[in-house]
Design a binder for this molecule. Structure first.
Ligand code: CP
Length: 318
């Protein structure tokens, strides 16, 4: 275990300063192209990804690093994460050797590991991520874990700063419908970062979908979108399953779809989503295809956010 991990906003002293570094890197991405020379990033995935995989790989390449992707359990042996077990099941390799061996080849390990959505205590203790951190001897970057997605949230803050000159914009995180239970991590993480940023932050979600106070803090929570959307400068849409009735979809409330009518309540707000997004379930085509939607620029910024984080680790500044 090392001190230079990037696990959540707790590892960042000033989130606004790091967001500014993201935008500086965007202007001159190859300025540090020798910083990572002869170093290797190993990206370990336990779950699917498009943006995180490509942007983090690309960020490493921009810094002169090698990047290797490992789809754990598909390209490699199934891994056992629990300590003290008798390994008679379908797991052939223990995290104790696995993380230690990856650390022999890697200068930084990046990990994606989603929650089970069945065991809240274990998920919110970040069991898998913490086992990786415990048994790795190189820094670990969180590429989305059971409770947070810090590379996404850093991107989101940088994108908000890119699209407004307002010192303190109004930012709304709104729950939106979905067809299956999704983790709370993007929303938890967004709340955690917004609470540390210089923004007016509010949340809109139906009854029964309140997120953990550990992440939302004192943010105001509305149970209608109409009230929350008033004068908003940014609408950040994301579905999550219930935290209280853990991992459950309580009801399929499609009236929470983001529509042009709802966007008209705002201060000509920009529409944001981490992607992937289900059209006309989460957001209407008319919003996603409008000039107010910045989702592609937002996704593009993932590269610079990952680069800012890896750069800090290489410079031993995280
Ligand atoms: N937003 C995001 O993390 O996308 P991927 O799941 O495709 O990486």
């Amino acid at each position: 275990m090392t001190d230079f991990n990037f696990i959540s906003a707790d590892d960042v002293d000033d989130v606004e300063k790091l967001a500014q570094e993201v935008l500086e890197i965007k202007k001159d991405p190859f300025r540090w192209k020798y910083l990572g020379q002869n170093k290797t990033l190993v990206l370990v995935f336990l779950n699917s990804s498009l943006r995180t995989r490509l942007s983090t790989q690309k960020a490493a390449l921009n810094l002169g690093m090698n990047a290797i992707v490992l789809n754990l359990g598909q390209d490699s042996w199934n891994m056992e994460f629990a300590d003290g077990v008798i390994m008679k099941g379908n797991t052939a390799e223990h995290i104790k050797e696995g993380a230690a061996v990856i650390s022999e080849y890697a200068d930084i390990i990046a990990l994606r590991s989603f929650p089970s959505l069945t065991d809240r205590t274990k998920d919110y203790q970040e069991f898998i991520l913490n086992q990786f951190v415990k048994y790795s001897s190189v820094p670990v970057v969180n590429m989305e874990s059971a409770t947070v997605h810090p590379l996404q949230s850093l991107t989101d803050l940088a994108t908000i700063r890119e699209f407004t000159q307002k010192k303190r914009p109004k930012v709304v995180l709104t729950w939106v419908p979905h067809i299956k239970p999704l983790p709370q991590c993007v929303s938890n993480s967004f709340a955690q970062w917004m609470n540390r940023a210089d923004v007016e932050f509010v949340i809109a979600n139906p009854e029964g979908y309140n997120l953990s106070k550990e992440f939302t803090g004192d943010a105001q929570v509305f149970h209608t979108q109409r009230e929350a959307f008033k004068n908003a400068d940014f609408i950040y849409a994301k579905n999550w399953s219930s935290y209280e009735d853990y991992g459950k979809v309580l009801k399929e409330d499609f009236s929470w779809l983001v529509t042009p009518g709802k966007m008209a309540l705002t201060n000509q707000a920009k529409f944001m989503h981490c992607l992937p997004v289900r059209r006309n379930v989460v957001v209407a085509d008319e919003v996603l295809d409008s000039d107010s939607s910045i989702v592609i620029r937002q996704a593009g910024n993932r590269e610079w956010a990952a680069q800012a984080v890896i750069r800090r680790i290489l410079e031993k500044r995280v």
